[in-house]
Design a protein around this ligand. Structure first.
Ligand code: ADP
Ligand code: MG
Length: 296
């Protein structure tokens, strides 16, 4: 959405340029008036053409702004709709999970193996749906949250995220290398959420490596602007379906190999875009993956 102040400035510039153009053409016309009736006609035609194109341009810009407004409103409506749906789905889901657990505990010993397994499946499906809803809510919050812009210590956040993962999986030996002194300007909570998703993915997709390694460091994008990368030596992915990576619910690996909901990278993409940045990735099957992003 173009800010109102910037829009007003661009309107003023367009109109001023138009008036200036008309003035120049008009003055030249008056200057040559005495010498040639033919030139006067040509200049009068140019003045008319310029005025007409100016009106057309102003109209096109106005139409563009109306479309932008409509899109913005629709997006906001969709966001608040998906937020309330996800939010309201949580309560009944908690009941289903709670009562199935009560049933397992109360009637478990009297049930046969098959019925017990059915109950367990109900519980694991409700828990999976709960995770999906939590992730959808997180995705929706990314767009709704007010954004701060301050200095963010990317190295520090990445170190904390990796330490937290290591605390939860002490049995895993992962060599994590985080370049010191990485900073950016952005919203600290959103940048943390983005790094958390990327590093968690790297952690998850290296779970079958005896010598897993994850690296976070600085790089440059194609225009020489500063960027960051999160690289791992894990399962990688098929580059021919890479366009799906950042779409919500898109997963390139079966849940039986690597569990997940498929919302993480969509969330990271939204965060990066809210900062005016770009995200892209490189990967190959069984040869690791590398995610790059800028923060505007
Ligand atoms: N580091 C990675 N290595 C290999 N594949 C990845 C990596 N990160 C993401 N992917 C692929 O992109 C998909 C989407 O990622 P994400 O949105 O975080 O979902 P989830 O982690 O819940 O599977 C993953 O299911 C996986 O197929
Ligand atoms: Mg993920």
């Amino acid at each position: 959405m173009i800010e109102r102040r910037r829009r007003r400035q661009s309107h003023v510039t367009i109109h001023l340029t138009g008036v200036l153009g008309l003035l120049i053409v008009g003055t030249t016309g008056v200057a040559v008036y005495r010498y040639s009736a033919y030139l006067t006609a040509v200049i009068a035609a140019s003045v008319l053409l310029m005025a007409a194109s100016h009106v057309l341009l102003a109209r096109a810009i106005r139409r563009h702004e109306l479309i932008e407004h409509a899109l913005h409103d629709t997006n906001r409506e969709l966001e608040s709709f998906s937020y309330s749906v996800s939010h309201d789905l949580r309560a009944p889901l908690r009941s289903i999970d709670g009562f199935s657990q009560a049933l397992v505990e109360d009637a478990g010993p009297t049930l046969d193996e098959r019925s017990r397994s059915h109950l367990e499946r109900i519980r694991s499906a409700t828990q999976r749906m709960g995770r999906l809803i939590d992730d959808l809510l997180a995705l929706s919050r990314v767009t709704r949250a007010e954004m701060k812009r301050e200095r963010v210590d990317v190295s520090e956040i990445a170190t904390q995220v990796a330490a937290e993962l290591a605390r939860h999986a002490p049995a895993r030996a992962v060599a994590v290398t985080i370049a010191p002194g990485l900073t950016a300007t952005g919203d600290p909570q959103l940048v943390r959420l983005a790094l958390q998703n990327l590093i968690e993915n790297a952690w998850k997709f290296t779970s079958r490596r005896a010598q897993a390694s994850i690296e976070v460091g600085p790089t440059k994008d194609a225009h020489g602007e500063p960027a960051f990368f999160v690289r791992d030596n894990g399962a990688g992915y098929d580059p021919s379906v890479a366009t799906k990576l950042f779409g919500p619910f898109q997963r390139l690996h079966p849940a039986s190999d690597f569990p997940g909901t498929g919302i993480g990278l969509a969330t990271v993409k939204r965060i990066v875009h809210r900062h005016g940045g770009r995200i892209w990735a490189e990967g190959k099957i069984d040869a690791g993956a590398c995610f790059y992003f800028t923060l505007g």
